[in-house]
Design a protein around this ligand. Structure first.
Ligand SMILES: O=P(O)(O)OC[C@H]1O[C@@H](O)[C@@H](O)[C@@H](O)[C@@H]1O
Length: 398
Protein backbone atom coordinates (compact mmCIF):
# COMPACT_ATOMS: atom_id res chain seq x y z
CA UNK A 1 0.00 0.00 0.00
CA UNK A 2 2.78 2.40 0.93
CA UNK A 3 5.05 2.44 -2.04
CA UNK A 4 7.79 4.60 -3.42
CA UNK A 5 10.62 3.97 -5.81
CA UNK A 6 13.23 1.62 -4.46
CA UNK A 7 16.95 1.85 -5.19
CA UNK A 8 19.61 4.45 -4.51
CA UNK A 9 19.59 7.14 -7.17
CA UNK A 10 19.64 10.90 -7.31
CA UNK A 11 22.00 13.78 -8.13
CA UNK A 12 24.66 15.49 -6.03
CA UNK A 13 23.73 18.98 -7.16
CA UNK A 14 20.26 20.22 -6.40
CA UNK A 15 18.15 21.02 -9.46
CA UNK A 16 16.73 24.38 -8.39
CA UNK A 17 14.53 24.80 -11.47
CA UNK A 18 12.72 21.54 -10.70
CA UNK A 19 11.16 23.12 -7.61
CA UNK A 20 9.24 25.58 -9.78
CA UNK A 21 7.91 22.90 -12.08
CA UNK A 22 4.84 21.33 -10.40
CA UNK A 23 4.54 18.57 -13.01
CA UNK A 24 8.17 17.52 -12.52
CA UNK A 25 7.69 17.67 -8.74
CA UNK A 26 4.72 15.33 -8.95
CA UNK A 27 6.71 12.94 -11.11
CA UNK A 28 9.65 12.99 -8.70
CA UNK A 29 7.33 12.20 -5.78
CA UNK A 30 5.61 8.93 -6.76
CA UNK A 31 4.59 8.14 -3.19
CA UNK A 32 2.95 11.57 -2.84
CA UNK A 33 4.89 12.66 0.23
CA UNK A 34 3.94 16.28 -0.46
CA UNK A 35 0.25 15.40 -0.25
CA UNK A 36 0.74 13.26 2.85
CA UNK A 37 2.62 16.13 4.51
CA UNK A 38 -0.14 18.54 3.52
CA UNK A 39 -2.64 16.35 5.41
CA UNK A 40 -1.17 17.37 8.80
CA UNK A 41 -4.19 19.54 9.72
CA UNK A 42 -6.60 16.78 8.67
CA UNK A 43 -4.56 14.33 10.75
CA UNK A 44 -5.10 16.49 13.85
CA UNK A 45 -8.86 16.59 13.31
CA UNK A 46 -9.19 12.90 12.47
CA UNK A 47 -7.07 11.71 15.40
CA UNK A 48 -8.95 13.97 17.81
CA UNK A 49 -12.20 12.34 16.65
CA UNK A 50 -10.74 8.83 16.95
CA UNK A 51 -9.42 9.55 20.43
CA UNK A 52 -12.85 10.85 21.46
CA UNK A 53 -14.32 7.45 20.49
CA UNK A 54 -11.78 5.52 22.57
CA UNK A 55 -12.60 5.25 26.22
CA UNK A 56 -9.71 7.35 27.51
CA UNK A 57 -11.59 8.42 30.62
CA UNK A 58 -10.90 4.99 32.21
CA UNK A 59 -7.30 6.15 32.51
CA UNK A 60 -8.34 8.66 35.13
CA UNK A 61 -10.05 6.03 37.32
CA UNK A 62 -6.90 5.32 39.29
CA UNK A 63 -6.00 8.98 39.72
CA UNK A 64 -2.80 10.75 38.86
CA UNK A 65 -0.01 8.36 37.83
CA UNK A 66 3.48 8.38 39.29
CA UNK A 67 5.01 8.73 35.81
CA UNK A 68 4.04 8.55 32.15
CA UNK A 69 6.23 6.61 29.73
CA UNK A 70 5.73 7.06 25.98
CA UNK A 71 7.22 4.03 24.26
CA UNK A 72 8.03 3.92 20.56
CA UNK A 73 10.80 4.44 18.05
CA UNK A 74 11.41 6.99 15.29
CA UNK A 75 8.47 9.30 14.74
CA UNK A 76 6.43 7.39 17.31
CA UNK A 77 9.18 8.19 19.82
CA UNK A 78 9.03 11.89 18.92
CA UNK A 79 5.43 12.00 20.15
CA UNK A 80 6.83 11.51 23.65
CA UNK A 81 9.05 14.57 23.22
CA UNK A 82 6.04 16.56 22.03
CA UNK A 83 4.03 15.51 25.07
CA UNK A 84 6.90 16.39 27.42
CA UNK A 85 7.22 19.89 25.98
CA UNK A 86 3.48 20.57 25.80
CA UNK A 87 3.10 19.35 29.41
CA UNK A 88 5.85 21.83 30.29
CA UNK A 89 8.31 22.04 33.17
CA UNK A 90 5.59 22.34 35.80
CA UNK A 91 3.96 19.05 34.87
CA UNK A 92 3.36 17.29 38.22
CA UNK A 93 4.66 13.91 37.03
CA UNK A 94 7.67 12.90 34.94
CA UNK A 95 6.95 12.39 31.24
CA UNK A 96 9.53 10.05 29.74
CA UNK A 97 10.06 9.19 26.08
CA UNK A 98 11.43 5.63 26.01
CA UNK A 99 12.94 4.36 22.79
CA UNK A 100 14.24 0.88 23.49
CA UNK A 101 12.22 -2.33 23.76
CA UNK A 102 10.30 -2.92 26.97
CA UNK A 103 9.89 -0.31 29.69
CA UNK A 104 12.31 1.12 32.27
CA UNK A 105 12.90 -1.23 35.20
CA UNK A 106 11.03 0.94 37.70
CA UNK A 107 7.70 0.95 35.80
CA UNK A 108 4.90 -0.62 37.82
CA UNK A 109 1.24 -0.40 38.77
CA UNK A 110 1.46 3.30 39.66
CA UNK A 111 2.52 4.32 36.14
CA UNK A 112 0.98 4.85 32.72
CA UNK A 113 2.58 3.53 29.53
CA UNK A 114 1.53 4.95 26.15
CA UNK A 115 2.77 2.58 23.43
CA UNK A 116 2.93 4.22 19.99
CA UNK A 117 3.65 2.63 16.60
CA UNK A 118 2.36 3.79 13.22
CA UNK A 119 2.59 0.26 11.84
CA UNK A 120 1.45 -1.25 15.12
CA UNK A 121 4.37 -3.63 15.00
CA UNK A 122 7.65 -2.06 16.08
CA UNK A 123 9.41 -4.37 18.54
CA UNK A 124 9.96 -1.35 20.81
CA UNK A 125 6.26 -0.46 21.15
CA UNK A 126 5.10 -4.09 21.29
CA UNK A 127 7.68 -4.96 23.93
CA UNK A 128 6.62 -1.95 25.98
CA UNK A 129 2.91 -2.75 25.73
CA UNK A 130 3.50 -6.34 26.83
CA UNK A 131 5.79 -5.31 29.68
CA UNK A 132 3.32 -2.66 30.85
CA UNK A 133 0.52 -5.22 30.94
CA UNK A 134 2.69 -7.77 32.80
CA UNK A 135 3.64 -5.24 35.42
CA UNK A 136 0.11 -4.00 35.96
CA UNK A 137 0.77 -0.48 34.65
CA UNK A 138 -2.08 1.37 32.98
CA UNK A 139 -1.65 1.04 29.21
CA UNK A 140 -2.86 3.08 26.23
CA UNK A 141 -1.88 2.11 22.69
CA UNK A 142 -1.83 4.24 19.55
CA UNK A 143 -1.26 2.79 16.07
CA UNK A 144 -2.54 0.98 13.02
CA UNK A 145 -5.90 -0.78 13.32
CA UNK A 146 -5.92 -4.59 13.18
CA UNK A 147 -2.29 -4.70 14.21
CA UNK A 148 -0.41 -6.73 16.79
CA UNK A 149 -0.40 -3.62 18.98
CA UNK A 150 -4.19 -3.56 18.90
CA UNK A 151 -4.42 -7.21 19.98
CA UNK A 152 -2.03 -6.63 22.88
CA UNK A 153 -4.13 -3.63 23.95
CA UNK A 154 -7.30 -5.72 23.73
CA UNK A 155 -5.80 -8.52 25.80
CA UNK A 156 -4.83 -5.94 28.39
CA UNK A 157 -8.31 -4.32 28.17
CA UNK A 158 -6.52 -1.07 27.49
CA UNK A 159 -7.78 1.83 25.38
CA UNK A 160 -6.54 1.66 21.77
CA UNK A 161 -6.67 4.56 19.33
CA UNK A 162 -6.70 3.14 15.76
CA UNK A 163 -4.73 5.57 13.59
CA UNK A 164 -5.21 4.69 9.90
CA UNK A 165 -1.96 4.01 8.12
CA UNK A 166 -1.92 6.03 4.93
CA UNK A 167 1.66 7.26 4.87
CA UNK A 168 5.07 6.39 6.29
CA UNK A 169 5.39 7.03 10.01
CA UNK A 170 7.37 10.26 9.55
CA UNK A 171 4.51 11.76 7.51
CA UNK A 172 2.08 10.79 10.29
CA UNK A 173 3.53 12.78 13.20
CA UNK A 174 0.28 14.67 13.85
CA UNK A 175 -1.94 11.60 13.56
CA UNK A 176 0.18 9.85 16.21
CA UNK A 177 0.75 12.86 18.45
CA UNK A 178 -2.82 13.98 19.05
CA UNK A 179 -4.00 10.72 20.72
CA UNK A 180 -0.92 10.81 22.98
CA UNK A 181 -1.78 14.38 24.03
CA UNK A 182 -5.42 13.50 24.61
CA UNK A 183 -4.51 10.46 26.71
CA UNK A 184 -2.34 12.76 28.84
CA UNK A 185 -5.18 15.27 29.01
CA UNK A 186 -7.52 12.66 30.43
CA UNK A 187 -4.89 12.11 33.15
CA UNK A 188 -4.98 15.85 33.90
CA UNK A 189 -1.40 16.40 32.74
CA UNK A 190 -1.83 18.78 29.78
CA UNK A 191 -4.16 21.68 29.15
CA UNK A 192 -4.75 21.12 25.41
CA UNK A 193 -8.38 22.07 24.66
CA UNK A 194 -10.61 21.80 21.61
CA UNK A 195 -9.82 25.35 20.47
CA UNK A 196 -6.07 24.62 20.66
CA UNK A 197 -6.57 21.56 18.46
CA UNK A 198 -8.73 23.46 15.97
CA UNK A 199 -6.26 26.35 15.79
CA UNK A 200 -3.32 23.98 15.40
CA UNK A 201 -5.09 22.16 12.56
CA UNK A 202 -5.94 25.48 10.91
CA UNK A 203 -2.33 26.64 11.17
CA UNK A 204 -1.07 23.37 9.63
CA UNK A 205 -3.60 23.81 6.79
CA UNK A 206 -2.48 27.40 6.18
CA UNK A 207 1.20 26.44 6.18
CA UNK A 208 0.49 23.55 3.79
CA UNK A 209 -1.14 26.08 1.48
CA UNK A 210 1.87 28.43 1.62
CA UNK A 211 4.16 25.45 0.91
CA UNK A 212 2.08 23.89 -1.90
CA UNK A 213 3.92 22.66 -4.96
CA UNK A 214 2.51 25.29 -7.33
CA UNK A 215 3.56 28.20 -5.07
CA UNK A 216 6.86 29.42 -6.52
CA UNK A 217 10.12 29.48 -4.60
CA UNK A 218 10.14 33.21 -3.94
CA UNK A 219 6.79 33.04 -2.11
CA UNK A 220 7.07 29.48 -0.82
CA UNK A 221 8.92 29.39 2.53
CA UNK A 222 9.65 25.67 2.30
CA UNK A 223 11.15 25.86 -1.18
CA UNK A 224 13.34 28.80 -0.23
CA UNK A 225 14.48 27.06 2.96
CA UNK A 226 15.31 23.94 0.92
CA UNK A 227 17.25 25.92 -1.69
CA UNK A 228 19.23 27.68 1.04
CA UNK A 229 20.16 24.35 2.59
CA UNK A 230 21.10 22.68 -0.70
CA UNK A 231 24.73 21.58 -0.65
CA UNK A 232 25.29 22.73 2.94
CA UNK A 233 25.60 21.00 6.29
CA UNK A 234 22.55 22.17 8.21
CA UNK A 235 22.71 23.04 11.88
CA UNK A 236 19.28 23.38 13.45
CA UNK A 237 19.02 24.90 16.90
CA UNK A 238 15.88 25.62 18.89
CA UNK A 239 15.71 28.70 21.12
CA UNK A 240 13.44 27.03 23.73
CA UNK A 241 12.61 23.46 24.79
CA UNK A 242 9.58 23.58 22.49
CA UNK A 243 11.60 24.88 19.55
CA UNK A 244 14.20 22.18 20.26
CA UNK A 245 11.59 19.46 19.71
CA UNK A 246 10.90 21.06 16.32
CA UNK A 247 14.67 21.22 15.65
CA UNK A 248 15.04 17.51 16.36
CA UNK A 249 12.06 16.77 14.16
CA UNK A 250 13.75 18.71 11.32
CA UNK A 251 16.81 16.53 11.91
CA UNK A 252 14.64 13.43 11.45
CA UNK A 253 13.09 14.62 8.20
CA UNK A 254 16.26 16.14 6.74
CA UNK A 255 18.06 12.85 7.31
CA UNK A 256 15.34 10.42 6.22
CA UNK A 257 13.66 12.42 3.43
CA UNK A 258 16.54 14.51 2.04
CA UNK A 259 19.40 12.30 3.34
CA UNK A 260 21.34 15.29 4.66
CA UNK A 261 23.63 15.05 7.66
CA UNK A 262 22.42 17.48 10.28
CA UNK A 263 23.33 18.75 13.72
CA UNK A 264 20.31 19.50 15.91
CA UNK A 265 19.77 20.58 19.47
CA UNK A 266 18.94 23.22 22.05
CA UNK A 267 20.60 26.58 21.55
CA UNK A 268 21.22 26.92 25.29
CA UNK A 269 23.21 23.70 25.30
CA UNK A 270 24.88 24.44 21.96
CA UNK A 271 26.06 27.80 23.29
CA UNK A 272 28.29 25.94 25.76
CA UNK A 273 29.97 23.72 23.16
CA UNK A 274 28.65 23.02 19.72
CA UNK A 275 28.51 26.68 18.80
CA UNK A 276 32.25 26.18 18.21
CA UNK A 277 31.24 24.64 14.87
CA UNK A 278 30.75 28.16 13.57
CA UNK A 279 34.51 28.75 13.88
CA UNK A 280 35.56 25.57 12.10
CA UNK A 281 36.36 24.03 8.74
CA UNK A 282 32.76 24.13 7.54
CA UNK A 283 32.02 27.46 9.24
CA UNK A 284 34.15 30.58 9.55
CA UNK A 285 37.21 28.97 7.95
CA UNK A 286 35.32 28.01 4.79
CA UNK A 287 33.60 31.37 4.60
CA UNK A 288 36.81 33.34 5.22
CA UNK A 289 38.51 31.74 2.22
CA UNK A 290 35.59 32.33 -0.11
CA UNK A 291 36.26 34.69 -3.02
CA UNK A 292 33.89 37.53 -2.27
CA UNK A 293 33.75 38.53 -5.94
CA UNK A 294 32.80 35.01 -7.09
CA UNK A 295 29.29 34.41 -8.34
CA UNK A 296 27.53 32.75 -5.38
CA UNK A 297 25.60 30.59 -7.88
CA UNK A 298 28.87 29.14 -9.15
CA UNK A 299 30.20 27.48 -6.07
CA UNK A 300 33.82 26.40 -6.30
CA UNK A 301 32.71 22.94 -5.23
CA UNK A 302 35.32 22.43 -2.51
CA UNK A 303 33.54 24.47 0.10
CA UNK A 304 30.91 22.51 1.95
CA UNK A 305 29.51 25.06 4.34
CA UNK A 306 27.36 25.16 7.39
CA UNK A 307 23.93 26.68 7.16
CA UNK A 308 22.31 27.63 10.42
CA UNK A 309 18.56 27.24 10.84
CA UNK A 310 17.40 28.95 13.99
CA UNK A 311 13.94 28.02 15.26
CA UNK A 312 12.81 30.88 17.48
CA UNK A 313 9.97 30.54 19.92
CA UNK A 314 9.25 34.14 20.76
CA UNK A 315 5.50 34.28 21.16
CA UNK A 316 4.87 32.94 24.63
CA UNK A 317 1.68 33.54 26.51
CA UNK A 318 2.07 35.29 29.82
CA UNK A 319 0.56 32.25 31.55
CA UNK A 320 2.78 29.70 29.81
CA UNK A 321 5.13 27.58 31.87
CA UNK A 322 8.72 28.22 30.98
CA UNK A 323 12.08 26.91 32.07
CA UNK A 324 13.83 30.19 31.54
CA UNK A 325 12.72 33.79 31.16
CA UNK A 326 11.85 34.58 27.58
CA UNK A 327 14.35 37.44 27.56
CA UNK A 328 17.24 35.01 28.18
CA UNK A 329 16.18 32.83 25.24
CA UNK A 330 15.73 35.85 23.01
CA UNK A 331 19.17 37.26 23.87
CA UNK A 332 20.78 33.92 23.12
CA UNK A 333 18.99 33.67 19.77
CA UNK A 334 20.07 37.22 18.86
CA UNK A 335 23.63 36.36 19.93
CA UNK A 336 23.97 33.28 17.73
CA UNK A 337 22.63 35.24 14.75
CA UNK A 338 25.33 37.87 15.37
CA UNK A 339 27.99 35.15 15.68
CA UNK A 340 26.90 33.60 12.38
CA UNK A 341 26.87 36.99 10.67
CA UNK A 342 30.38 37.83 11.90
CA UNK A 343 31.70 34.60 10.39
CA UNK A 344 29.73 34.81 7.17
CA UNK A 345 27.72 31.69 8.03
CA UNK A 346 24.30 31.99 6.48
CA UNK A 347 21.32 31.69 8.76
CA UNK A 348 17.61 31.07 8.23
CA UNK A 349 15.20 31.96 11.00
CA UNK A 350 11.78 30.40 11.50
CA UNK A 351 9.78 32.17 14.19
CA UNK A 352 6.93 30.49 16.02
CA UNK A 353 3.45 31.88 15.71
CA UNK A 354 0.23 31.15 17.51
CA UNK A 355 -1.10 31.12 21.04
CA UNK A 356 -0.98 27.61 22.49
CA UNK A 357 2.19 25.57 22.85
CA UNK A 358 0.81 23.05 20.37
CA UNK A 359 0.09 25.65 17.72
CA UNK A 360 3.52 27.23 18.17
CA UNK A 361 5.12 23.83 17.78
CA UNK A 362 3.09 23.22 14.61
CA UNK A 363 4.25 26.57 13.23
CA UNK A 364 7.89 25.49 13.70
CA UNK A 365 7.42 22.01 12.23
CA UNK A 366 5.23 22.58 9.16
CA UNK A 367 7.54 24.59 6.89
CA UNK A 368 10.68 22.53 7.72
CA UNK A 369 8.73 19.30 7.04
CA UNK A 370 7.96 20.53 3.52
CA UNK A 371 11.51 21.85 3.08
CA UNK A 372 12.93 18.37 3.74
CA UNK A 373 10.76 16.99 0.95
CA UNK A 374 11.59 19.75 -1.53
CA UNK A 375 15.28 19.25 -0.79
CA UNK A 376 14.92 15.51 -1.51
CA UNK A 377 13.08 16.21 -4.76
CA UNK A 378 15.67 18.77 -5.89
CA UNK A 379 18.29 16.02 -5.54
CA UNK A 380 16.15 13.50 -7.42
CA UNK A 381 15.62 11.43 -4.26
CA UNK A 382 12.28 9.79 -3.63
CA UNK A 383 11.42 11.18 -0.18
CA UNK A 384 9.23 8.20 0.60
CA UNK A 385 11.37 5.18 -0.24
CA UNK A 386 14.57 5.15 1.80
CA UNK A 387 16.62 2.13 0.68
CA UNK A 388 18.98 2.38 3.67
CA UNK A 389 16.09 2.05 6.17
CA UNK A 390 14.70 -0.96 4.31
CA UNK A 391 18.13 -2.57 4.11
CA UNK A 392 18.76 -1.96 7.81
CA UNK A 393 15.50 -3.69 8.64
CA UNK A 394 16.34 -6.63 6.37
CA UNK A 395 19.93 -7.01 7.55
CA UNK A 396 19.06 -6.71 11.22
CA UNK A 397 15.97 -8.88 10.77
CA UNK A 398 13.50 -6.35 12.22
O1 LIG B 1 5.79 3.83 14.08
P1 LIG B 1 6.39 2.50 13.74
O2 LIG B 1 5.62 1.78 12.68
O3 LIG B 1 6.56 1.69 14.97
O4 LIG B 1 7.80 2.75 13.13
C1 LIG B 1 8.84 3.28 13.89
C2 LIG B 1 9.98 3.74 12.99
O5 LIG B 1 10.45 2.61 12.29
C3 LIG B 1 11.56 2.87 11.47
O6 LIG B 1 11.99 1.69 10.89
C4 LIG B 1 11.22 3.89 10.41
O7 LIG B 1 10.25 3.34 9.55
C5 LIG B 1 10.69 5.15 11.09
O8 LIG B 1 10.28 6.07 10.12
C6 LIG B 1 9.55 4.83 12.02
O9 LIG B 1 9.17 6.00 12.72
Amino acid sequence: MIDGTAGVSGRRDADEALLDNPAALAEADPGDMLRHTASAGAQVRESAALAAEANLSVLADDGRPRAVVIAGIGTAGRTGDVLATVAGPRCPVPVIAHRSAGVPGWVGAADVVIAVSASGRSPEALGAAEAAHRRGARLVAVGAPDSRLQSIAEQARAPFIPVPRRAPARASLWALTVPVLLAARSLGLVKVNEADLAETAARLDADADRCRSNAESFVNPAKSLALGLAGSIPIVWGSSPLATVAARRFGDTLSANARYPVVTGALGEAGRGRVGLLDGVFGGLAEGERDIFADPAEDDGDGTRLRLVLLRDGGLNADDDTDEPLAVEERRADAVQTLAERRGVRCDVVTAEGGSALERLASLIAVPDFASIYLALAHGLDPMAVPAITEMKELSNQ
